[in-house]
Design a protein around this ligand. Structure first.
Ligand code: ADP
Length: 269
Protein backbone atom coordinates (compact mmCIF):
# COMPACT_ATOMS: atom_id res chain seq x y z
CA UNK A 1 0.00 0.00 0.00
CA UNK A 2 2.61 2.53 1.06
CA UNK A 3 4.49 3.85 -1.94
CA UNK A 4 7.72 3.95 0.02
CA UNK A 5 7.49 0.18 0.30
CA UNK A 6 7.43 -0.23 -3.48
CA UNK A 7 10.49 -2.00 -4.83
CA UNK A 8 13.02 0.46 -6.14
CA UNK A 9 14.53 0.01 -9.57
CA UNK A 10 17.45 -2.34 -9.10
CA UNK A 11 19.98 -0.09 -10.71
CA UNK A 12 20.51 3.36 -9.27
CA UNK A 13 22.80 4.09 -12.23
CA UNK A 14 19.92 4.18 -14.69
CA UNK A 15 18.30 7.03 -12.73
CA UNK A 16 19.03 10.70 -13.40
CA UNK A 17 22.00 11.82 -11.31
CA UNK A 18 20.83 13.31 -8.04
CA UNK A 19 22.90 13.87 -4.92
CA UNK A 20 20.62 14.07 -1.86
CA UNK A 21 21.23 17.23 0.14
CA UNK A 22 19.11 16.56 3.21
CA UNK A 23 16.17 14.26 3.99
CA UNK A 24 14.21 15.22 0.88
CA UNK A 25 13.87 11.67 -0.49
CA UNK A 26 12.32 10.46 2.74
CA UNK A 27 9.93 13.43 2.82
CA UNK A 28 8.94 12.93 -0.80
CA UNK A 29 8.18 9.26 -0.25
CA UNK A 30 6.15 10.04 2.86
CA UNK A 31 4.18 12.73 0.98
CA UNK A 32 3.50 10.27 -1.85
CA UNK A 33 2.30 7.55 0.47
CA UNK A 34 0.12 9.94 2.50
CA UNK A 35 -1.24 11.52 -0.71
CA UNK A 36 -0.12 15.00 0.23
CA UNK A 37 0.70 17.73 -2.25
CA UNK A 38 4.30 18.92 -2.02
CA UNK A 39 5.77 22.36 -2.59
CA UNK A 40 9.48 22.66 -3.40
CA UNK A 41 10.63 26.11 -2.30
CA UNK A 42 13.94 27.52 -3.34
CA UNK A 43 15.92 29.71 -5.67
CA UNK A 44 16.33 28.90 -9.32
CA UNK A 45 19.03 26.34 -10.11
CA UNK A 46 18.97 24.73 -6.68
CA UNK A 47 18.09 21.24 -7.91
CA UNK A 48 14.29 21.18 -7.60
CA UNK A 49 13.61 19.94 -11.13
CA UNK A 50 16.42 17.41 -11.01
CA UNK A 51 15.07 16.10 -7.71
CA UNK A 52 11.58 15.58 -9.09
CA UNK A 53 12.95 13.87 -12.23
CA UNK A 54 14.96 11.59 -10.01
CA UNK A 55 12.05 10.79 -7.70
CA UNK A 56 9.66 10.08 -10.58
CA UNK A 57 12.18 7.69 -12.14
CA UNK A 58 12.94 6.08 -8.80
CA UNK A 59 9.25 5.47 -8.09
CA UNK A 60 8.54 4.39 -11.65
CA UNK A 61 5.97 7.11 -12.28
CA UNK A 62 5.47 9.23 -15.34
CA UNK A 63 6.37 12.86 -14.74
CA UNK A 64 4.18 15.53 -16.31
CA UNK A 65 5.82 18.94 -16.05
CA UNK A 66 3.88 22.13 -16.65
CA UNK A 67 5.87 25.35 -16.62
CA UNK A 68 3.40 27.91 -15.33
CA UNK A 69 3.13 31.35 -16.85
CA UNK A 70 0.43 33.94 -17.23
CA UNK A 71 -0.50 32.80 -20.73
CA UNK A 72 -1.47 29.33 -19.56
CA UNK A 73 -5.19 29.10 -18.88
CA UNK A 74 -6.90 26.29 -16.99
CA UNK A 75 -8.45 24.97 -20.23
CA UNK A 76 -4.99 24.40 -21.68
CA UNK A 77 -4.26 22.11 -18.75
CA UNK A 78 -7.68 20.53 -18.31
CA UNK A 79 -8.55 19.76 -21.91
CA UNK A 80 -10.90 20.83 -24.65
CA UNK A 81 -13.36 19.67 -27.26
CA UNK A 82 -11.90 19.24 -30.72
CA UNK A 83 -13.73 18.81 -34.01
CA UNK A 84 -12.41 15.70 -35.72
CA UNK A 85 -13.97 14.63 -39.02
CA UNK A 86 -17.26 16.35 -38.19
CA UNK A 87 -17.42 14.86 -34.69
CA UNK A 88 -16.65 16.54 -31.43
CA UNK A 89 -14.14 14.66 -29.33
CA UNK A 90 -12.82 15.52 -25.92
CA UNK A 91 -9.09 15.66 -25.49
CA UNK A 92 -7.58 15.60 -22.00
CA UNK A 93 -5.05 18.30 -21.23
CA UNK A 94 -1.84 17.37 -19.40
CA UNK A 95 -3.26 17.95 -15.93
CA UNK A 96 -6.31 15.76 -16.56
CA UNK A 97 -4.20 13.03 -18.13
CA UNK A 98 -1.86 13.04 -15.12
CA UNK A 99 -4.79 12.80 -12.68
CA UNK A 100 -6.38 9.89 -14.55
CA UNK A 101 -3.27 7.81 -14.97
CA UNK A 102 -1.63 8.48 -11.60
CA UNK A 103 1.38 10.42 -12.83
CA UNK A 104 3.39 12.93 -10.86
CA UNK A 105 2.27 16.40 -11.93
CA UNK A 106 4.95 19.06 -11.49
CA UNK A 107 3.73 22.65 -11.67
CA UNK A 108 6.98 24.52 -12.07
CA UNK A 109 6.85 28.16 -10.84
CA UNK A 110 3.30 27.86 -9.54
CA UNK A 111 3.22 31.52 -8.46
CA UNK A 112 3.22 32.46 -12.15
CA UNK A 113 0.04 30.48 -12.81
CA UNK A 114 -3.21 32.28 -13.56
CA UNK A 115 -5.86 32.27 -10.83
CA UNK A 116 -8.11 29.92 -12.83
CA UNK A 117 -5.33 27.32 -12.81
CA UNK A 118 -4.98 27.61 -9.04
CA UNK A 119 -8.74 27.24 -8.63
CA UNK A 120 -8.74 24.15 -10.85
CA UNK A 121 -6.16 22.35 -8.71
CA UNK A 122 -7.68 23.19 -5.31
CA UNK A 123 -9.90 20.11 -5.13
CA UNK A 124 -6.88 17.94 -5.96
CA UNK A 125 -5.02 19.13 -2.90
CA UNK A 126 -7.56 18.19 -0.23
CA UNK A 127 -9.44 15.07 0.84
CA UNK A 128 -11.46 15.09 -2.39
CA UNK A 129 -8.44 14.49 -4.61
CA UNK A 130 -10.69 15.17 -7.56
CA UNK A 131 -10.73 17.34 -10.63
CA UNK A 132 -13.86 18.93 -12.01
CA UNK A 133 -14.13 19.40 -15.76
CA UNK A 134 -16.93 21.92 -16.09
CA UNK A 135 -16.89 21.73 -19.88
CA UNK A 136 -17.88 18.09 -19.61
CA UNK A 137 -19.72 18.19 -16.31
CA UNK A 138 -17.36 15.41 -15.20
CA UNK A 139 -15.68 14.91 -11.88
CA UNK A 140 -12.58 12.73 -11.98
CA UNK A 141 -11.23 11.13 -8.84
CA UNK A 142 -7.45 11.04 -8.96
CA UNK A 143 -5.79 7.67 -9.34
CA UNK A 144 -4.26 6.65 -5.97
CA UNK A 145 -0.78 7.11 -7.39
CA UNK A 146 -1.40 10.67 -8.55
CA UNK A 147 0.81 13.23 -6.83
CA UNK A 148 0.87 16.98 -7.16
CA UNK A 149 4.20 18.76 -6.77
CA UNK A 150 4.80 22.46 -7.33
CA UNK A 151 7.82 24.72 -7.19
CA UNK A 152 8.05 28.24 -5.90
CA UNK A 153 10.95 30.65 -5.82
CA UNK A 154 10.47 32.93 -2.80
CA UNK A 155 13.40 35.27 -3.54
CA UNK A 156 12.54 35.85 -7.15
CA UNK A 157 8.94 36.70 -6.39
CA UNK A 158 9.97 39.70 -4.27
CA UNK A 159 6.40 40.31 -3.24
CA UNK A 160 5.21 40.75 -6.81
CA UNK A 161 3.98 37.27 -7.47
CA UNK A 162 3.32 35.79 -4.09
CA UNK A 163 1.53 32.57 -3.50
CA UNK A 164 -1.66 33.16 -1.51
CA UNK A 165 -1.60 31.66 2.00
CA UNK A 166 -4.81 29.79 1.15
CA UNK A 167 -2.94 28.06 -1.67
CA UNK A 168 0.32 27.57 0.20
CA UNK A 169 -1.40 25.81 3.04
CA UNK A 170 -2.60 23.11 0.68
CA UNK A 171 0.96 21.84 0.35
CA UNK A 172 3.58 20.49 2.67
CA UNK A 173 6.82 22.26 1.80
CA UNK A 174 10.47 21.34 1.36
CA UNK A 175 13.07 24.11 1.32
CA UNK A 176 15.86 23.87 -1.25
CA UNK A 177 18.79 26.02 -0.30
CA UNK A 178 22.26 25.86 -1.78
CA UNK A 179 23.97 22.71 -0.54
CA UNK A 180 26.81 22.55 1.96
CA UNK A 181 30.20 23.12 0.25
CA UNK A 182 31.27 19.47 0.42
CA UNK A 183 27.97 18.35 -1.12
CA UNK A 184 28.01 21.03 -3.80
CA UNK A 185 31.55 20.00 -4.69
CA UNK A 186 30.38 16.42 -5.08
CA UNK A 187 27.52 17.56 -7.32
CA UNK A 188 29.95 19.41 -9.61
CA UNK A 189 32.18 16.36 -9.83
CA UNK A 190 29.28 13.93 -10.28
CA UNK A 191 27.61 16.06 -12.91
CA UNK A 192 30.57 17.18 -15.01
CA UNK A 193 33.55 14.95 -14.16
CA UNK A 194 35.66 18.00 -13.21
CA UNK A 195 38.59 17.36 -10.83
CA UNK A 196 38.17 18.00 -7.11
CA UNK A 197 40.59 20.93 -7.00
CA UNK A 198 38.67 23.03 -9.51
CA UNK A 199 35.32 21.91 -8.09
CA UNK A 200 36.45 23.11 -4.68
CA UNK A 201 37.64 26.46 -6.07
CA UNK A 202 34.29 26.99 -7.79
CA UNK A 203 32.38 26.23 -4.61
CA UNK A 204 34.59 28.60 -2.59
CA UNK A 205 34.07 31.31 -5.20
CA UNK A 206 30.30 30.72 -4.94
CA UNK A 207 30.52 31.03 -1.16
CA UNK A 208 32.16 34.43 -1.52
CA UNK A 209 29.64 35.67 -4.08
CA UNK A 210 26.71 34.43 -1.98
CA UNK A 211 28.10 36.38 0.96
CA UNK A 212 28.23 39.66 -0.97
CA UNK A 213 24.86 41.08 -0.05
CA UNK A 214 26.01 44.60 -0.94
CA UNK A 215 26.09 43.67 -4.63
CA UNK A 216 22.29 43.66 -4.64
CA UNK A 217 22.11 40.89 -7.23
CA UNK A 218 18.55 39.86 -8.06
CA UNK A 219 19.67 36.26 -7.73
CA UNK A 220 23.01 34.98 -6.58
CA UNK A 221 25.13 32.21 -8.06
CA UNK A 222 23.17 28.95 -8.23
CA UNK A 223 24.35 25.36 -8.30
CA UNK A 224 23.22 25.37 -11.94
CA UNK A 225 25.66 28.17 -12.84
CA UNK A 226 28.45 26.36 -11.05
CA UNK A 227 27.63 23.18 -12.97
CA UNK A 228 27.76 25.19 -16.20
CA UNK A 229 31.14 26.70 -15.30
CA UNK A 230 32.46 23.27 -14.28
CA UNK A 231 31.31 21.66 -17.51
CA UNK A 232 32.97 24.39 -19.60
CA UNK A 233 36.20 23.85 -17.67
CA UNK A 234 35.88 20.08 -17.98
CA UNK A 235 35.55 20.70 -21.73
CA UNK A 236 38.85 22.64 -21.65
CA UNK A 237 37.62 26.22 -21.83
CA UNK A 238 40.10 28.27 -19.75
CA UNK A 239 38.89 28.65 -16.13
CA UNK A 240 38.67 32.48 -16.06
CA UNK A 241 36.72 32.57 -19.29
CA UNK A 242 34.47 29.78 -18.00
CA UNK A 243 33.76 31.80 -14.84
CA UNK A 244 33.09 34.93 -16.84
CA UNK A 245 30.55 33.42 -19.21
CA UNK A 246 28.90 30.96 -16.81
CA UNK A 247 28.91 32.97 -13.57
CA UNK A 248 29.75 36.67 -13.92
CA UNK A 249 27.82 37.68 -17.04
CA UNK A 250 24.66 35.71 -16.19
CA UNK A 251 24.52 37.39 -12.76
CA UNK A 252 24.81 41.04 -13.71
CA UNK A 253 24.72 43.58 -16.54
CA UNK A 254 26.12 46.37 -14.41
CA UNK A 255 29.72 47.11 -15.58
CA UNK A 256 31.04 47.76 -12.04
CA UNK A 257 29.51 44.58 -10.69
CA UNK A 258 30.82 42.60 -13.66
CA UNK A 259 34.31 44.01 -13.07
CA UNK A 260 34.11 43.24 -9.34
CA UNK A 261 32.97 39.68 -9.89
CA UNK A 262 35.62 39.14 -12.56
CA UNK A 263 38.33 40.25 -10.10
CA UNK A 264 36.88 38.00 -7.45
CA UNK A 265 36.89 34.98 -9.80
CA UNK A 266 40.54 35.75 -10.66
CA UNK A 267 41.44 35.20 -6.99
CA UNK A 268 40.31 31.60 -7.32
CA UNK A 269 41.52 30.78 -10.84
P1 ADP B 1 15.74 24.27 -10.29
O1 ADP B 1 14.67 23.34 -10.78
O2 ADP B 1 15.76 24.42 -8.79
O3 ADP B 1 15.77 25.59 -11.00
P2 ADP B 1 17.55 22.32 -11.45
O4 ADP B 1 17.00 21.08 -10.86
O5 ADP B 1 17.28 22.58 -12.88
O6 ADP B 1 17.15 23.60 -10.58
O7 ADP B 1 19.13 22.31 -11.14
C1 ADP B 1 20.04 22.91 -11.98
C2 ADP B 1 21.21 22.01 -12.20
O8 ADP B 1 21.97 21.93 -11.00
C3 ADP B 1 20.82 20.59 -12.55
O9 ADP B 1 20.69 20.43 -13.94
C4 ADP B 1 22.00 19.80 -12.01
O10 ADP B 1 23.06 19.86 -12.95
C5 ADP B 1 22.47 20.61 -10.82
N1 ADP B 1 22.04 20.16 -9.50
C6 ADP B 1 21.58 20.97 -8.50
N2 ADP B 1 21.37 20.27 -7.39
C7 ADP B 1 21.71 18.98 -7.65
C8 ADP B 1 21.73 17.76 -6.87
N3 ADP B 1 21.37 17.76 -5.57
N4 ADP B 1 22.17 16.64 -7.48
C9 ADP B 1 22.54 16.66 -8.77
N5 ADP B 1 22.55 17.76 -9.56
C10 ADP B 1 22.13 18.92 -9.00
Amino acid sequence: MADSAMPLPANEETLPYYRPVDREIEVFEAAASQRLALLLKGPTGSGKSRFIEYMAARMGRRLVTVTCHDETAAVDLLGRHLIVGGDTVWQDGPLTAAVREGAILYLDEIAEARPDVIVAIHSLTDHRRSLYLDRRGEEITASPEFMLVASFNPGYQRGIKELKPSTRQRFIALGFEYPQPAVEEEILIGETGIDRDRASRLVRLAGKIRGLSELALTETVSTRLLVDAASLMAGDLPPRLSCRVAIVEPLSDDPDTVAGLTDLAALFF
